[in-house]
Design a protein around this ligand. Structure first.
Ligand code: NDP
Ligand code: 5RP
Length: 487
């Protein structure tokens, strides 16, 4: 079997899967000096189109997996960018068939991290290296520089590191890529990135909704507000693109595009994975969960239609000072956003502990500063917070963020109260505030829950005044006895 392409050229890197992400990543790789890129797609038309549309890239196209392997110099390195799930397994099986020990397979798709752990173990047994790498930035990021979160072995990172550094986004002179940790660590961190992305998007959407309903401003006027916010502490990619979306006018009706888009949000699953994983780890990612549920609720048209006539409040959102209200919403958004990141980092800490990964939180915040969807100005503050205290128990308690909370929390409360009084759903704003108040509460009603659990299930409780585990004989004489801790 030939080990070179039809032209005899060799590629140092390959890409399998040439839809939106793969085709742009392949072009990004090809644009960096020294790279020659082999490309393969299940249906050959996509490969042909990419080659025809981008002759400058010098791609080496392959029609079969055998040809693809033969085109790559050894050790072969290939990045898979296909539909997550069965598609990824199918491609891995084919690559394992044509690759050799020492070669490297990188899955750059949005794989569930437990799948990555399974795949890494299985592929490693063949002598081939497998790396799960989260890649964020969408189409534009893939082309011009994404944020990359690779897991896998230290050995793979030696080969892969320079290639990934060459294509990653650059923030303040540093490439937005780091070796996150072993096996599934990279995909775990990408999953949390997406969870935060869901929360941030929902919070921005709630801010828009409240301003629109509270002040009657048009989408274009609200776009101006977001553009202004993007010059301050809220500066971020999501705020920036929100202004663009709100400014867009529908060509066929002349209406703001946002008013003709069906209000049912889709989801590909990474937000739900974050919440499911956090539940397993016992981490309250309530802001992220509300964002996932808000999309689910929006996509239940039959239930929404059936509930449309249910009674609401007597009052509407009565804003006497629109400028002050907009400023309150801005502060509520900033406070809630801090909570979303704080909860996301809590999940990273818990995941690292559970799976034995040495994840540097400050490094993760640093590689999210550029290329990815949640890139934001305040990620530098997160890096600084973890540098100052690597054992920080909750991001929100770091001095910078605690100060931000002190500054914003009254406005946050006013916004949540106003929304509730006017019947405007703001699940992410309000659940983030409840989380904040829960964290700082001196005493929680969890004590009563423990009493209830002990009543119906003899689940026992601890006391505040002495060590030990206790149970009250609820169906007997109601005296208290020492018991075995059942949690
Ligand atoms: N779109 C985005 O903004 C982002 C996407 N991602 C992730 O990147 C990956 C690629 O995303 P995207 O570019 O949107 O493409 P899609 O997720 O839409 O996947 C389409 C690609 O997968 C291939 N494919 C599907 N099933 C198989 C199979 N059984 N065997 C071989 N190939 C298969 C398709 O080949 P064919 O052409 O033959 O159908 C096509 O190349 C996904 O895992 C996605 O979650 C990550 C970050 C951002
Ligand atoms: O990974 C991404 C960005 O980081 C993708 O854009 C992701 O697919 C978006 O998720 P969803 O479709 O569920 O909104």
């Amino acid at each position: 079997m030939s080990r070179v392409s039809a032209s005899g050229a060799q590629a140092n890197i390959g890409v399998v899967g040439l839809a939106v992400m793969g085709s742009n990543l392949a072009r990004n790789l090809a644009s960096r000096g020294g790279n020659t890129v082999a490309i393969f797609n299940r249906s050959y038309e996509k490969t042909e189109t990419l080659v025809d549309e981008h002759p400058e890239a010098g791609f080496l196209p392959a029609k079969t997996y055998e040809e693809f392997a033969a085109t790559l110099s050894k050790p072969r390195t290939a990045i898979i960018m296909v539909k997550a799930g069965a598609g990824t397994d199918a491609v891995i099986d084919e690559l394992v068939r044509v690759f050799e020990p020492g070669d490297i397979i990188v899955d750059g798709g949005n794989a569930l991290f437990t799948d990555t752990i399974r795949r890494e173990k299985a592929v490693r047994e063949t002598g081939i290296n497998f790396v799960g790498a989260g890649i964020s930035g969408g189409e534009e990021g893939a082309l011009n520089g994404p944020s990359i979160m690779p897991g896998g072995s230290d050995e793979s990172w030696v080969t892969l590191g320079p290639i990934l550094k060459s294509i990653a986004a650059v923030a303040e002179g540093e490439p937005c890529v780091t070796h996150v940790g072993h096996d599934g660590a990279g995909h775990f961190v990408k999953m949390i990135h997406n969870g935060i992305e869901y929360a941030d998007m929902q919070l921005i959407a709630e801010a828009y909704d409240l301003i629109r309903k509270g002040t009657g401003k048009t989408p274009a006027e609200i776009a101006d507000i977001f553009a202004e916010w993007n010059r301050g502490e809220l500066e971020s990619y999501l705020i920036e693109i929100t202004a663009e979306v709100l400014r867009q006018v529908d060509a066929s009706t002349g209406a703001p595009l946002v008013d003709v888009i069906l209000d049912q949000a889709g989801a590909k699953g990474t937000g739900a994975w974050t919440v499911q994983t956090a539940l397993d780890l016992g981490v309250p990612v309530s802001g992220i969960a509300e964002a996932v549920f808000a999309r689910s609720l929006s996509s239940k048209p039959a239930q929404r239609a059936a509930a449309a006539d249910l009674p609401g409040p007597d009052e509407t959102l009565d804003v006497s000072d629109p400028e002050a209200f907009v400023e309150d919403v801005r502060q509520a958004l900033y406070a809630s956003k801090i909570i979303a990141y704080s909860q996301g980092f809590d999940a990273i800490v818990a995941g690292a502990e559970q799976y034995g990964w040495d994840i540097k939180k400050g490094d993760i915040a640093a590689i999210w500063r550029g290329g990815c969807i949640i890139r934001a100005q305040f990620l530098n503050r997160i890096t600084e917070a973890y540098a100052a205290d690597p054992g920080l128990v909750a991001l929100v308690t770091a001095p910078y963020f605690a100060d931000a909370m002190a500054r914003t929390q009254q406005a946050w409360r006013r916004v949540v109260v106003a929304a509730a009084r006017a019947g405007i759903p703001s699940p992410a704003f309000s659940s983030s505030l409840a989380y904040y108040d829960g964290l700082r509460a001196d005493r929680l009603p969890a004590a009563l829950v423990q009493g209830q659990r002990d009543f119906f299930g003899a689940h026992t409780y601890k006391r505040i005044d002495r060590d030990g585990t206790f149970h009250t004989l609820w169906s007997g004489d109601r005296t208290e006895i020492e018991a075995v801790d059942t949690h």
